[in-house]
Design a protein around this ligand. Structure first.
Ligand SMILES: Cc1cc2nc3c(=O)[nH]c(=O)nc-3n(C[C@H](O)[C@H](O)[C@H](O)COP(=O)(O)O)c2cc1C
Ligand code: SF4
Length: 503
């Protein structure tokens, strides 16, 4: 293990992590409605820290209430949030794992506004988003300034909470992408036009964060290497290409960013991210997108159209033709890295009843590491470390990707949701978990309405109750009441006194 690159430390300018595996950002709606946190999030993050990842990059943490994607995500928009995040960090640190907060703003890509946000969504543009039909308006110079400051303040709060770093969510179609993307940003002022102008908003945020946290605090940016902005709606502009993103990465490196986290796509979800299937059919309610997408019906002008496409099997072919149009081409390219061939004995016999060895091999070859070529090109053009996200779940594959210089570390979301102890399994010499993630994306669609977790029945031997009880472990210990340990002590002392006086 000493010579295994996966378990070698990774040194950033301001942070060292114990191995090369990050838990990638993954959002679940288990915080309180108003964005205050509770025990469920602590339980959630603890699962991955216990499982051995070197660092956790949190889910989308809004820096303003207007910047939420949905209610029930913990925010960092005010100082009151600091003690909660301190608790999350403390728990994760017990396992020698680092915690990096993802500072975020949804812009127009807001799935459910929440009652506090009775307004037209903020964006770089007045153009309605073309998949869900989210209406928006271009932010004024004053609003841009306020949001830039909010990112800086959010970073300072993360630092004050004792966390190990911050990441800007500059990927996947949220507000920063809405400025960066040539497919979305149609401004004619200093924030639109050339790539330098489109990057201005991001650079101002980088400056604001550095002003607030100083130079000695870890600071990374998640970015989409290519937009594929026309992936679902073919007549949209295609948006940024890799060369635009390389330019942005060089600019932010120069401005003081410590690492780049490489993703893809100018909306979320996107046909290429998270890579895999779009769940429409199956025997359980949790197998079908229409059962959770209904919660977004009033959110956009096109959500009803999408709902019908998801709801009626006769219309699935239309949606699938559109959704898989770009992936069909992209996945025809050979995978740049090959892991070891999977052996039958490595997979659980019950799992193999539903997903064959050949299917697992095919899934890995299709979806694992598909952003690696981008990561390698970005890495060639910057000096700071590069983390790559997308489909990783096989030790032999990850080892090759890092040792062949595609990236310095990988970040993993769904395969860790499926197997929280993936890194421990690698430590034990396993190449792949016995019930791997099938990239079915049921976790993704369920998170709109249901607690985040793995909803692939095949992974539980088609035992629905077993699946749901695993998902529900995030509520153990239960979220309410969240009582500060100091208060708990006072309460238990008081109850002892009262019991003694009753006797
Ligand atoms: C349910 C779900 C929630 C996610 N939430 C976030 C998020 O809040 N912020 C983010 O940058 N990426 C988010 N992602 C994307 C992941 O971090 C990751 O980059 C992507 O899923 C590809 O990695 P994977 O194949 O290991 O899942 C999410 C993905 C899923 C499936
Ligand atoms: S539901 Fe489970 S198997 Fe499917 S993509 Fe999510 S984590 Fe992977």
């Amino acid at each position: 293990m000493e010579n295994d690159i996966i378990f070698q430390r990774l040194e950033f300018r301001n942070l060292t992590i114990k191995n090369r595996i990050f838990r990638s950002n993954i959002s679940g709606r288990f915080d309180n409605y108003d964005g205050s946190g509770n025990q469920a999030r602590i339980n959630w993050e603890e699962k991955f820290a216990r499982g051995g990842v070197g660092a956790i990059v949190t889910s989308f943490v809004p820096v303003t209430i207007k910047g939420r994607i949905v209610p029930n995500y913990a925010t960092i928009h005010c100082d009151d949030r600091i003690p909660f995040w301190h608790k999350v960090g403390e728990k994760v640190h017990e396992y020698g794992c680092k915690l990096i907060m993802q500072l975020s703003h949804s812009g127009r890509q807001q799935d459910i506004q929440g009652v506090e946000n009775d307004y037209i969504r903020q964006s770089s543009t007045n153009q309605t988003e073309s998949f869900h039909g989210f209406e928006c308006r271009a932010m004024t110079a004053d609003e841009i300034k306020q949001v830039v400051q909010a990112f800086g303040k959010g970073a300072k709060r993360a630092k004050d909470a004792g966390l190990d770093g911050v990441e800007l969510h500059g990927a996947n179609g949220y507000l920063i992408t809405q400025f960066l993307s040539s497919g979305i940003n149609d401004r004619t002022d200093g924030y639109g036009g050339s790539i330098e102008n489109r990057a201005r908003f991001l650079l101002e945020i980088v400056e604001s964060v550095r002003q607030e946290v100083g130079n000695n605090f870890h600071f990374q940016v998640k970015i989409s290497a290519e937009d594929f902005n026309n992936a679902v709606i073919p007549w949209e502009k295609s948006g940024n290409k890799l060369e635009d993103t390389i330019k942005v990465c060089q600019l932010i490196e120069e401005a003081g960013v410590d690492a780049i986290h490489v993703s893809v796509g100018s909306l979320f979800p996107h046909p290429l991210n998270p890579a895999g299937k779009f769940p429409l059919e199956g025997k359980y309610a949790t197998d079908k997108a229409c059962n959770t997408y209904d919660t977004m019906l009033s959110s956009g002008t096109l959500t009803f159209r999408n709902y019908l496409l998801f709801r009626y099997p006769a219309l699935h072919k239309i949606f699938e033709w559109l959704w898989y149009r770009i992936p069909r081409k992209v996945y025809q390219q050979p995978n740049p890295v090959q892991g070891l061939p999977i052996k039958e004995a490595e997979l659980h016999p019950d799992f193999r009843k539903y997903v064959s060895l050949e299917e697992v091999q095919h899934l890995l070859e299709t979806y694992q590491g598909r952003n690696l070529e981008y990561a390698r090109e970005i890495k060639k053009n910057v000096k700071i470390p590069v983390i790559c996200t997308g489909g990783f779940q096989q030790a032999s594959y990850i080892r090759k990707a890092i040792s062949e210089g595609f990236c310095d570390a990988v970040s993993i979301a769904r395969p860790l949701v499926a197997n929280n102890d993936l890194v421990k399994l690698f430590e034990q010499g396993k190449d792949i978990p016995e019930c791997p993630c099938t990239y079915c994306n049921r976790c993704l669609l369920n998170t709109l309405e249901n607690p985040l977790g793995c909803y692939e029945p095949a992974r539980y031997g088609d035992d629905y109750d077993a699946m749901i009880s695993e998902v529900m472990t995030v509520f153990n210990p239960p979220p309410f009441p969240f009582i500060e340990p100091s208060t708990q002590k006072v309460m238990s002392e008081a109850s002892e006194v009262s019991e003694a006086s009753n006797e």
